[in-house]
Design a protein. Structure first.
Length: 148
């Protein structure tokens, strides 16, 4: 690691500690040339996930959009949306695919919501599946009741 003070090409590690629940490492270093001490952080470099939208366009996965949709579906429900967003993002990242469709994301969200909170699930499904009328909505509720 290059020294920020004298630009020497070598430094030695004095101390390493995991931070952010092991997601990154903090290293305390010292330059043998000038004696300056400095800190570096090591994090995993992940490949961004591309989302293929219904209209054929592509954009990078935006967890804030996911969180916005979940906040609406989980309004006044006992659901930790931040944890759910993180869990879904991790699942997508761990799938080792660089491109997912909005349908795949929607199905993952619905699967998780169905396990956590049925009301939030129906709210999300009504928007995601674009329920056209009350009968479609009732059919989804009946599926939940039958699965119990």
């Amino acid at each position: 690691m290059k020294c920020p003070a004298c630009a020497a090409q070598d430094s030695r590690v004095l101390d390493s500690r995991p931070i952010d629940d092991g997601a990154s490492i903090r290293r305390r270093r010292e330059c043998p040339a000038c004696g300056k001490r400095f800190t570096t952080y090591e994090v995993i470099d992940s490949v961004p996930i591309t989302v293929l939208k219904k209209d054929g366009t592509r954009e990078f996965f935006d967890k804030h959009k996911l969180e916005s949709g979940l906040l609406k579906a989980c309004h006044k429900r006992p659901v930790d949306t931040a944890a759910l967003v993180h869990e879904i993002e991790q699942e997508l990242t761990n799938s080792l695919v660089s491109e997912v469709t909005t349908s795949q994301i929607g199905e993952v969200v619905m699967k998780k919501l169905r396990e956590i909170d049925e009301v939030a699930y129906v709210r999300f499904a009504s928007v995601y599946r674009e329920f056209k009328d009350v009968d479609t909505f009732l059919e989804e509720v009946k599926k939940i009741i039958r699965s119990k």
